[in-house]
Design a binder for this molecule. Structure first.
Ligand SMILES: [Zn+2]
Length: 247
């Protein structure tokens, strides 16, 4: 009598003919079983097992190679595109979309012992993303306004968390909401305001080819939402920071 371990235990999910499933499918099955969403701007790092990111890089490179072949590019003889597939796979998984596959950078927060409650703004923080619709760049600047609450985090940490959140395929409105959620989780401010101004290559490089258009959006929460003067102060501070830069 033979027994086989269920595929969920071996981590080697199998098709009926026992061919191993692509790693992306194994991850997907795990995400679905756990009820974890995996939309373009979700982070799935909690559900990845050790070594799977390397396997994923190999799988993605293979698919990009197929994409290049489908675009009728002679990758076997073109020295320029010979290793493009590998570069693109690395770029997606570890650079431009790292906010999907990598854990949030460690961000220490401290109790607000001095009970600071004056608002401050941090910015501009450069944010880089890609539109979910065409995967072309979104480049912009972000300002964060805080009215401190229970905990405080260092100024540079805002840059790190913004970079992590934006490094996913996004639409700008959702990127700002997700960033707001993460900052609220990290330091539970009494008030939070975020403003993002970004250039969408979707509009500059393709489509309407409108090079000067930018998109501005903001989210205000807590005291910034309830107190119009505080909200006005935030936008005034942003304006001052911008004029310092000569914008
Ligand atoms: Zn687009």
């Amino acid at each position: 009598m033979t027994s086989t371990l269920p595929s969920s235990l071996t981590g080697q999910a199998s098709t009926p003919d026992s061919a191993p499933l692509p790693v992306s499918l194994r991850i997907r099955q795990r995400l679905e079983a756990a009820g974890v969403p995996f939309l373009a701007n979700d982070n799935i790092s909690e559900q990845l097992l050790e070594g799977e990111l390397d396997q994923l890089e190999i799988e993605v490179a293979g698919k990009v190679r197929e994409l290049l072949r489908s675009l009728v590019i002679d990758i076997d003889n073109d020295h320029n595109t010979e290793e493009t597939a590998e570069r693109v796979a690395r770029m997606y998984l570890h650079e431009v979309f790292k906010g999907r596959y990598h854990h949030q950078p460690k961000i220490a927060s401290f109790p607000n012992v001095k009970k600071l409650d004056e608002i401050y703004t941090v910015g501009p923080i450069t944010v880089r993303s890609a539109c979910s619709h065409h995967l072309v760049p979104i480049l912009g600047s972000c300002w964060i306004g805080i009215k401190p609450g229970e905990r405080v985090i260092g100024l540079s940490k805002f840059t790190r968390v913004a970079d992590w959140v934006f490094s996913r395929p996004h639409i700008q409105e959702e990127a700002v909401m997700i960033l707001a959620d993460e900052i609220e989780r990290l330091c539970k401010p009494q008030g939070l305001a975020i403003l993002v101004k970004a250039q969408h290559y979707c509009m500059k490089w393709r489509g309407v080819k409108e090079p000067q258009t930018s998109m501005v959006n903001s989210v205000v929460r807590g005291d910034f939402r309830h107190d119009p003067s505080l909200k006005a102060e935030f936008f005034e501070l942003v304006k001052q920071q911008e004029s310092l830069l000569g914008h």
